[in-house]
Design a protein around this ligand. Structure first.
Ligand code: PHB
Length: 397
């Protein structure tokens, strides 16, 4: 289902633009003609299922930047075309195709689920559509499958999990396991946790997994006492994270629970007491006291009627990145050389703190150590400063 939401281009505005073009040159160029129409941005995100709230918050973040800039990016009106990808990898190629071929979007912002991202990637690598990833962290996208037209404004699955593995090892935990869904985000975060823990002298014991988006956690929880571990790390997000954290607390296990920050992101109200004290690593924290974050959280609360989270930040930063690129070329998205130069060199003032692009189009940013305190992800340190993904195997063409 494609929900079209045209940001009104007034007829007067169009006529005014047309008059200006005619005044400049008797024979309008292709670019002058194209400039008259709004820039089409496809938002391919989950608006249903366990990741629905993630997709909504990303959308709010994108809309906030567009509103801040008076409804225009790089001087051009924008039209948002929203498509619910349902976090279903099997539907991803046809959904991405609809946006690229039928709707002919100029830019695609999507998505949340790593498996769906792979479907998008196949389509946009071929079409060359400028693509900005507002969440999905699968490492291949900025490693061996990196592409000139694809940028990530979120994180790689390795980054926050490596951060919490390091932090757990530094705290002296010796034997650790990872619990997650059995798909790219779970598997790759497990690898990050293992690497971080082992670098600090710990031992990685096992990976307990179940298919996405199942939430039958009891058989996994029942295995934990027998593994004799002193730390349990986990990746779950959205509705699944709410349930896992509650069931973990109810199980009364000895080993503390930690994770990459998605475990407690946008979920704290629903998790209540069960989340108190959980330590996680992530590129964001509620209480970051930089001026951008303070203003962002206030504006988000006004718009959405709920507290901001990392997904809102990632949507906001995806649009901030796009705005930097489009401003550099005055909205002429066809000016690829200057567009990419601006995107690659972007230094973004993010609510997360400083954020830059690596050569493989991955974010370089701090991994904060957070602890749930009185219903907030309070930043208690930095697990890894200005962390870049290794970008292994990326050959940018
Ligand atoms: C992913 O599928 O890459 C993913 C989904 C939700 C998250 C983080 C990563 O919160």
């Amino acid at each position: 289902m494609a929900i079209r939401k045209a940001k009104g281009v007034s007829r007067r505005g169009v006529l005014k633009g047309a008059a200006a073009v005619t005044a400049l040159s008797a024979v309008p160029t292709g670019w002058a003609i194209a400039q008259k129409r709004p820039l089409k941005i496809g938002l391919m995100l989950p608006y249903s299922g366990t990741y629905a709230k993630l997709g909504e918050n990303i959308t709010y973040g994108v809309e906030m930047v567009i509103a801040e800039k008076g409804g225009k990016l790089g001087g051009r009106e924008v039209e948002l075309i929203k498509l619910d990808d349902e976090s279903k990898p099997e539907l991803a190629p046809q959904n991405a195709d609809r946006l690229v071929k039928r709707d002919q979007v100029d830019v695609l912002i999507g998505t949340v689920h790593s498996g769906v991202q792979m479907g998008i990637h196949r389509v946009v690598r071929e079409s060359g559509t400028l693509t900005i990833i507002p969440n999905a962290g699968n490492v291949a996208i900025t490693r061996e499958l990196c592409a000139r037209n694809v940028y990530r404004a979120s994180f790689s699955n390795w980054q926050p999990a490596y951060g919490i593995g390091l932090a757990a090892g530094k705290k002296g935990y010796k034997r650790g396991i990872w619990v997650s869904w059995d798909y790219a985000a779970g598997v790759e975060s497990c690898e990050g946790f293992k690497q971080g823990l082992e670098e600090q002298g710990g031992t990685f014991v096992d990976f307990l997994k179940l298919p996405f988006p199942q939430t039958n956690f009891q058989p996994l929880l029942a295995q934990i006492p027998g593994l004799e571990v002193d730390i349990v790390g986990a990746f779950f997000a959205g509705g699944g994270a709410v349930q896992f954290v509650k069931e973990y607390a109810a199980a009364g296990l000895k080993a503390p629970l930690c994770g990459n920050g998605f475990l407690t992101e946008g979920t704290l109200q629903a998790q209540g007491e069960a989340a108190e004290g959980i330590e996680t690593a992530l590129h964001y924290g509620d209480g970051l006291d930089n001026p951008k974050n303070i203003a962002f959280r206030k504006a988000f609360l006004e718009k959405a009627g709920r507290e901001a989270d990392v997904y809102a930040v990632q949507g906001y930063d995806s649009a901030q990145l796009l705005a930097i690129g489009l401003e550099a070329v005055n909205g002429d998205i066809e000016d690829e050389e200057n567009l990419h130069k601006a995107l690659e060199n972007a230094k973004i003032d993010s609510p997360r703190g400083p954020m830059a692009m690596s050569p493989s189009h991955e974010v370089i940013h701090n991994m904060y150590l957070r602890k749930v305190t009185n219903g907030q992800n309070k930043v208690i340190g930095i697990a890894a400063e200005q962390l870049a993904d290794p970008g292994t195997g990326c050959k940018m063409t």
